[in-house]
Ligand binder design. Structure first.
Ligand code: GLY
Ligand code: MN
Ligand code: MN
Length: 439
């Protein structure tokens, strides 16, 4: 876990980018699961990135227009024995002052009274509208009141900006501390994949494998799965967001597992492996697997400083299409198949995404026509796949698919760090070569 200097450094950089804008960054709130039961708490990653504070409902203010020592203000739920008996420990106002390096703390219920004061003197407000429904009315009311008084006060925040471009640009580039956390998250996730593959047998249920990998994540002291684990045997693997995980695994089927852990400080792994349940690929499975692996390896070779995620995707896509032409599942020229998207019944998603505090992490992929250049410290997944089922119609001009190919879904996903010279595959200890997956 980080010491407080990690968060202080991030806040200093964030403050330096705000100009004279006052930023309002709320914590997450508890989310109802059903009736009066709530999901386990999950902090808002932007809030976490700046504060390292893991309680719900808090609100952080970043006030570059105030003197040093008054620029970081945290409103938190107050200590309250009766509430803590039900929902657990709270740091309270004194606790955050002593332990979280805040300049000023207040109980949350004072926010309506104090927000006008803290916004006074700011040139504008940095707040993400549309995302924080319980706080937004107060922010807009406070801003409106400042504007109302402008003729006599002579000063009011005049505009509102979204803080995300600043914050997400920072989060996109991981520093040394974050890279080490990402290594650990990916490594534990990869170990979980290795263990579950050794455990899997035909006749087990998908949820037996889910239990096994998630047990490992918990044993390693993580928060557990970073997202709903996908354990999909046979045709279920063709459902991209399959999370039912309740089918029996049959002899001769492949098993696709897309699972990663989330560390205590929310850094995530996101790995997919696909392997034969009985330890032996069929001819068709092997052909498709080798195409996918070749595409993935070629795409990973494109990850380097100066490259871009679009090129990584296009490289994977080109290899997939070439391979599918070779085995007769597509017909035509590679370029025109890609241009007409005549492959999209077999490969229907992009090849990756940024990875960090969020699994689908923040950060722009493009600015207008410009594709963000990869830089050292960026982490992305590379995850091509092939999914053969009857769910999508075969595009005009493409061949109908023989039954022997159907019910095969394959994805291979690694977590990849851009380094100074090239790339580090953070998830490399999860085996993916055919020889290692067969026994
Ligand atoms: N597990 C979600 C994804 O691979 O994007
Ligand atoms: Mn992914
Ligand atoms: Mn995944």
């Amino acid at each position: 876990m980080a010491d407080s200097s990690v968060y202080r450094r991030r806040r200093d950089i964030f403050l330096s980018h705000l100009g004279e804008y006052a930023a309002i960054i709320p914590a997450a709130e508890l989310v109802t699961h059903h009736a009066d039961c709530e999901y386990p708490f999950r902090q808002n990653s932007d809030f976490w990135y700046l504060t390292g504070f893991d309680e719900p409902n808090a609100v952080a203010l970043f006030l570059p227009h105030k003197p040093k020592g008054e620029q970081y203000v945290l409103f938190v739920l107050p200590k309250e024995s009766a509430a803590e008996v039900w929902t657990g420990f709270r740091w309270g106002t004194k606790g955050v002052l002593d332990n979280f390096d805040v300049d000023i703390s207040h109980p949350l219920n004072e926010l309506p009274n104090l927000l006008p004061h803290y916004l006074k003197g700011a040139e504008g407000i940095a707040f993400r509208v549309g995302k924080h429904p319980s706080l937004e009315p107060l922010v807009l009311k406070t801003w409106s009141e400042h504007l109302q008084k402008l003729p006599r006060s002579g000063f009011a925040p005049l505009s509102m900006i979204a803080p995300c471009p600043i914050l997400h640009d920072l989060r996109l580039r991981k520093d040394v501390f974050e890279i080490e956390r990402m290594r650990i998250a990916s490594e534990i996730s990869a170990e979980g994949h290795e263990i579950v593959r050794g455990f899997a047998r035909p006749g087990m249920n998908e949820r037996d494998l889910q239990a096994q990998i998630e047990k490992y994540f918990l044993e390693k002291g993580t928060r557990g799965p970073a997202y709903g684990s996908i354990v999909a045997s046979g045709d279920n693997a063709c459902v991209l967001h399959y999370t039912a995980n309740n089918s029996d695994i049959r002899d001769g089927e492949l098993v696709l597992i897309d699972a990663g852990c989330s560390l205590g400080d929310y850094y995530n792994g996101d790995i997919t492996r696909t392997f034969p349940a009985n330890g032996k690929f069929s001819v068709e499975q092997k052909a498709l697997y080798e195409i996918t692996l070749k595409a993935q390896e070629a795409a990973i070779r494109c990850v380097r400083p100066g490259g871009n995620a679009e090129n990584v995707h296009m490289t994977a896509l080109k290899h997939l299409v070439e391979g599918l032409i070779d085995i007769g599942l597509l017909v035509g020229e590679v370029d025109s198949i890609i241009e007409q998207e005549a492959y999209s019944h077999l490969y229907m998603h992009r090849t990756g995404h940024w990875l960090g505090l969020d699994v689908h992490d923040v950060g722009a992929y493009r600015l207008g026509d410009y594709h963000m250049k990869l830089e050292p410290g960026m982490v992305l997944t590379v995850e091509p796949g092939i999914y053969i089922s009857d769910r999508l119609a075969v595009p005009e001009g493409q061949p109908e698919i023989d039954e022997r190919w159907k019910g095969i879904g394959i994805r291979i996903e690694d977590d990849v760090l851009v380094t100074k010279d090239s790339v580090e595959v953070l998830s490399s200890s999860a085996a993916k070569n055919v020889i290692d997956l067969e026994n």
